[in-house]
Design a protein around this ligand. Structure first.
Ligand SMILES: [Zn+2]
Length: 382
């Protein structure tokens, strides 16, 4: 069942602030116990901590939630074994999280506090997100914000059509029975190269200053890239919703697709830069689609770039234009990325709507897409 979280600004009153501080103190207390006894499992930590938290004047389920937060923070110790840099498990900013005993009352979130109910006002936007069929699962409160995790009870639609997606280094190309669209992603590469350049030219030796500076650059880069990816994923999911389509990706294990001939840049540095975006786009589409009940499926990338999506013959590379491929049988010169996305769509459609059929059906018959030159969409963000 799809889950997402809605976040709004929030100004707590003194009592609520006090509760957040108490909650965070309980987490820290439990973390200290966990560290002393070298334990991070919820079960063991509850046995050790619960009685120790008896003097905190809060309902018992807040104690249990605090212990579970502590267990989660302590399990970060796994990172040490894997050689990753770890943050301190201790709480730096106070907060309160709970999935018990709270209610949504119109424009208010009510939760038990000191034998009464405390109220947090909800914004119009939050209230509108909490409409029918939505269940609030938990809330997280900080001194400046309130997030509510919500769940939607939505069955997966029975697809009537299909959208195939091809991801490569320069663009994201989709094919639907109505059209082919190429989303240019050159901007993403330039954002990443630009921040790499800024990092490379940093000359100060003060490690603290340097780390802070790099963290800021990284954050800014992620924000700008995500903005572009969000526009693209939103557009694709909207098209899938309108046409009641399933969305099909290639299952890119180990990004071997990126090694595909004709993808130009044989430069591993660039490859590394973009691989993250590939998965981020996929992640965004998966959760946005889940929220709408749109199925997302994966197919084996094998032969999606070597066979003609219309007749199934082997395609030839065009020597004059590396972005084009030629099917001698059909007598057609086609865009390489559109061909790949059409094959992905065919494969997914055959595999998931006619399971048990011969696998090659995907490449030959069962034609539901016609070849079209792609419409170019520039999703750059200035
Ligand atoms: Zn052909």
């Amino acid at each position: 069942m799809p889950i997402k979280s809605i976040r709004q600004n929030f100004t707590p009153n003194t009592e609520q602030l006090q509760m957040m501080e108490t909650f965070s103190e309980m987490i820290s207390h439990s973390i200290r116990i966990g560290l002393d006894h070298d334990c991070s499992t919820m079960k063991k930590l509850s046995m050790l901590s619960y009685s120790q938290l008896r003097d905190y004047p809060v309902l018992s389920y807040y104690k249990l939630t605090a212990i579970s937060q502590a267990a989660g923070r302590l399990s970060l110790k796994k990172d040490i074994k894997k050689g990753r840099k770890v943050k301190s498990p201790f709480v730096r900013k106070s907060y309160l999280v709970s999935c018990y005993g709270f209610k949504i009352n119109g424009m208010l979130l009510s939760f038990p506090l000191n034998r009464e109910f405390a109220n947090a006002p909800l914004t119009d936007h939050t209230v509108s997100e909490l409409s029918n069929g939505i269940r609030a699962r938990s809330f997280t409160m900080t001194p400046t914000s309130l997030s509510i995790s919500i769940q939607k009870d939505i069955p997966e639609i029975k697809p009537e059509s299909v959208i195939g997606i091809d991801r490569n280094l320069r663009n994201i190309t989709i094919s639907t029975p109505q059209r082919a669209i190429m989303y240019r992603t050159k901007k993403i590469l330039s954002i990443k190269q630009n921040s790499q350049h800024v990092r490379d030219s940093f000359r100060r030796f003060d490690v603290l200053v340097k780390n802070r500076f790099f963290a800021r650059i990284r954050k800014r880069q992620t924000r700008r890239v995500n903005q572009i990816l969000h526009k693209i994923s939103k557009d694709i999911v909207q098209k899938a919703r309108e046409s009641r389509s399933m969305i099909v990706f290639e299952d890119l294990k180990g990004i071997r697709k990126l090694y595909r001939k004709g993808n130009g840049q044989g430069n591993s540095y660039r490859r590394k830069l973009n691989s993250w975006s590939f998965y981020e786009l996929q992640r965004q589409i998966q959760y946005k689609a889940a929220w709408e009940g749109i199925p997302v499926r994966f197919v084996d990338p094998e032969r999606t770039s070597t066979l003609c999506p219309i007749c199934g013959d082997r395609i030839q590379e065009d020597r004059q234009n590396r972005r084009k491929v030629l099917c001698i049988n059909c007598g057609k010169l086609m865009d390489r990325d559109v061909v790949a996305s059409m094959n992905v769509a065919h494969k997914g459609w055959a595999r998931f709507t006619h399971p048990g059929g011969p696998p090659d059906e995907a490449m030959k018959g069962n034609v539901i897409l016609e070849y079209r030159e792609p419409l170019i969409e520039c999703m750059g963000v200035s």
